[in-house]
Design a protein around this ligand. Structure first.
Ligand SMILES: C[S@@+](CC[C@H](N)C(=O)[O-])C[C@H]1O[C@@H](n2cnc3c(N)ncnc32)[C@H](O)[C@@H]1O
Ligand SMILES: [Zn+2]
Length: 568
């Protein structure tokens, strides 16, 4: 058995393969790459039952491991496959050029404006709207005549053009036989705010102008004859959606697409030129594919089923289904490397519908088996734990004996962490005595002012569990009892108060004490586990105001230091 991974790895920003298309909460690729190298050898089989944005799958292939990625969310498996499979870049570029000839001149005039410097014809790159007043605030454009890149306030023509496109929308769509999803927004924890605002269908998240441009673009993409090129053009189209909706906005001078883990239209929204966006996404896809062609290339051989993979005929199996039942044989996998959903942290299913309806002819994702805490889906913490347990039990079944299940995990709520550990222990796994390791986050993210303010965990814990069928409960029995744990935690909290330790740092320390306790008691004494976690969370919530104030004080102090540094 291998010693658990304990190397400090500086998390690196995403490689081009992961910037082709948004998926929520991708973990740092180089940390996963190190984990795969540590826990397996070339050509062994790596499973990720929650493959999400495909980091485990892509990094496994890069390292010449065979790999299985499973996800209940069809957007996740779609993005994962598109990241892994190669494309003929020349054919793809050629197909794009042909497409441009057909549609560029049709879409661009939708955004035409006049240069305020030379009076020449220009095309707006974005148009900022006051959402409440439904008024254009300003436009940004590049002028092909005088070369200016400028912002301007709208004139009558700009206002009239937007009105005209909106007014003719229904007729144009009908006349030209255009399609866009008319799917109504289902009620959900993350969608209820939209419904309350009176936004009832996903199409309302776009201006009529952008919706029209998207529908024209999609229709033309569908006509592309070469199936591989068509597929990747559609991928770039899907990737554009994040930027094309009314959820885009300016943060200082930076143009941001939809970046939140919630649906949200800002009071000042951006209507970004669909053609320009598509063009940028094509460039991103070309860059990403150059990278994957180089690092994975022909090693990617898609499997139709597990037999293809186990026989060595194929290297990659991506399955869109719930991992509560895995289509794999017993004891067939060499390592499980994964990143499960952290409680209610991100509502993958609800948020992915924004893209998926465009890819599925209007259908939304199935959420019944999603491992999540979600009130609308009727899933509380116990349901989350039950579903997670089912997945981990399947992982235990398919994993070879004495091999590892490695998982990143993090939550501000210890009850969620406890659920995860309990689920793993009940599934049969043993937490390695040295199997908890804190991994720092990607640096640029950790040092943004935003991250400073929240004071939330932004790194991850890496847990190493082992499938050790011989490990008996007796061997696991711990001398560390509940009263002692309470005493240690109390001291830790009092200490934190004396030293102005932040809540996140304190939680990070408390993990070190609580997790081994949970891991050793969760098979025999569930009551002790629940009591330990409840004790900790209750004590913490009694100090909620204190920690909030401390966070404010520290943030203010950092803000001042930050500004001083900028000035000097
Ligand atoms: C944190 S994400 C994974 C992120 C991923 N490690 C990455 O690098 O992008 C968790 C994933 O679990 C998936 N999931 C939730 N319930 C599932 C289930 N029952 N079976 C398979 N996947 C599930 C979600 O759809 C989501 O994509
Ligand atoms: Zn000009």
């Amino acid at each position: 058995m291998k010693a658990p991974f304990s190397k400090t790895v500086e998390a690196k920003p995403h490689t081009p393969v992961y910037t082709m298309h948004k998926y929520f909460a991708r973990r740092p690729w180089n940390v996963f790459s190190e984990l795969i190298s540590h826990y397996s050898s070339p050509h062994e089989i790596i499973l990720d039952p929650f493959c999400g944005g495909g980091v485990t799958v892509v990094e496994s292939l890069k390292l010449r491991r065979r790999t299985v990625g499973v996800d209940v969310n069809p957007l996740a498996t779609y993005v994962t496959e598109m990241q892994a499979k190669p494309v003929n870049s020349d054919l793809f570029r050629q197909a794009f050029l042909e497409l441009s000839e057909r549609v560029e001149q049709e879409i661009k005039p939708l955004y035409s404006t006049m240069c305020s410097k030379c009076g020449g014809a220009a095309v707006a790159d974005w148009i900022e709207w006051n959402e409440q007043a439904k008024q254009i605030l300003r436009l940004k454009y590049d002028c092909p005549t005088c070369g200016a890149t400028r912002e301007k306030t709208p004139n009558q023509d700009d206002i009239r053009l937007a009105e005209k496109v909106a007014m003719n929308f229904v007729q144009t769509v009908k006349q030209r036989g255009l399609w866009f999803p008319r799917t109504r927004i289902p009620n959900g924890d993350k969608t209820s705010s939209l419904l309350k605002q009176g936004v009832n269908s996903f199409s309302e998240l776009f201006t009529r102008r952008n919706l029209l441009a998207l529908a024209i673009l999609l229709k033309e993409i569908r006509k592309v004859r070469d199936s591989e090129a068509r597929e990747f053009l559609k991928f770039a189209f899907s990737s554009s959606l994040k930027w094309a909706s009314r959820q885009s906005h300016l943060r200082a001078q930076i143009v941001e697409g939809w970046a939140m883990h919630a649906y949200w239209i800002y009071p000042k929204s951006l209507e970004i030129n669909v053609w320009n966006t598509f063009w940028r996404r094509i460039t991103a896809v070309l860059r990403g594919k150059r990278y994957s062609n180089e690092h994975i290339g022909e090693y990617y051989q898609p499997a139709r089923n597990f037999k293809d993979l186990s026989s060595g005929k194929a290297s990659c199996l991506v399955v869109n289904r719930s991992a509560t039942r895995l289509p794999l044989s017993d004891e067939s996998v060499d390592a499980v490397i994964t990143d499960p959903p952290y409680g209610a942290n991100v509502n993958y299913g609800e948020l992915s519908d924004f893209w998926f309806i465009w890819l599925s002819g209007g259908k939304t994702t199935r959420k019944r088996d999603e491992v999540i805490i979600n009130r609308t889906q009727g899933k509380a913490l116990q349901d989350y734990e039950r579903l997670l347990y089912k997945v981990l039990k399947e992982c235990y079944r398919v994993l070879k004996p004495h091999r590892s299940l490695v998982s990143t995990f993090n939550s501000r709520d210890m009850r969620v962490v406890a659920s995860f550990i309990t689920a793993a222990s009940r599934a049969g796994f043993t937490l390695d005595p040295n199997g908890v390791f804190y991994q720092k986050p990607i640096r640029p993210y950790a040092t943004t002012f935003h991250a400073m303010q929240i004071g939330a965990f932004v790194g991850d814990f890496i847990f190493t569990f082992i499938k050790d069928p011989t490990s008996s409960l007796a061997r696991r029995a711990s001398k560390y009892d509940l009263p002692k744990l309470r005493q240690d935690l109390t001291e830790m909290i009092e200490d934190a108060e004396r030293n102005e330790t932040t809540e996140s740092k304190l939680r990070e320390n408390a993990y070190g004490t609580l997790i081994p306790f949970l891991a050793t008691h969760s098979q025999g004494d569930m009551r002790a586990c629940r009591e330990a976690v409840d004790f900790f969370e209750t004590t913490m919530s009694e100090r909620e105001v204190y920690f909030r104030n401390l966070r404010r004080t520290i943030t203010e102090r950092r803000r001042r230091a930050f500004l001083n540094e900028q000035r000097s």
